[in-house]
Write a protein of this length. Structure first.
Length: 96
């Protein structure tokens, strides 16, 4: 457990994945079963830290996905406006 806690920075980027979190929860639950009271408190703090990072990473993923969808909508509308403007421009040139 000490290594997991010490090396948190090396795997924190993967905490957004539910399967990774499930594995950590399993490890923590097993560790808490056999831990003394003072170590249990420490493990619960570590679990809170994992959960906090998991939620933050999930929120960041959702925000990034929403931003990407929004950007795609803007891009598709922009190309529609460009097409419409060029069509309007060509109509005005042919009527002149």
């Amino acid at each position: 457990m000490k290594k997991l806690i010490d090396l948190f920075k090396t795997y924190e980027h993967a905490l957004s994945e539910d399967s990774v979190m499930d594995n950590f929860k399993n490890i923590l639950n097993k560790a808490k079963k056999f831990a003394k009271l003072d170590l249990k408190t420490y493990l619960e703090e570590f679990e809170d830290k994992l959960n906090k990072f998991h939620m933050e990473k999930k929120e960041q993923e959702v925000t990034a996905r929403n931003a990407q969808i929004h950007q795609q909508k803007i891009d598709s509308r922009g190309s529609f406006n460009v097409d419409k403007n060029s069509e309007d421009h060509s109509k005005s040139n042919t009527s002149s």
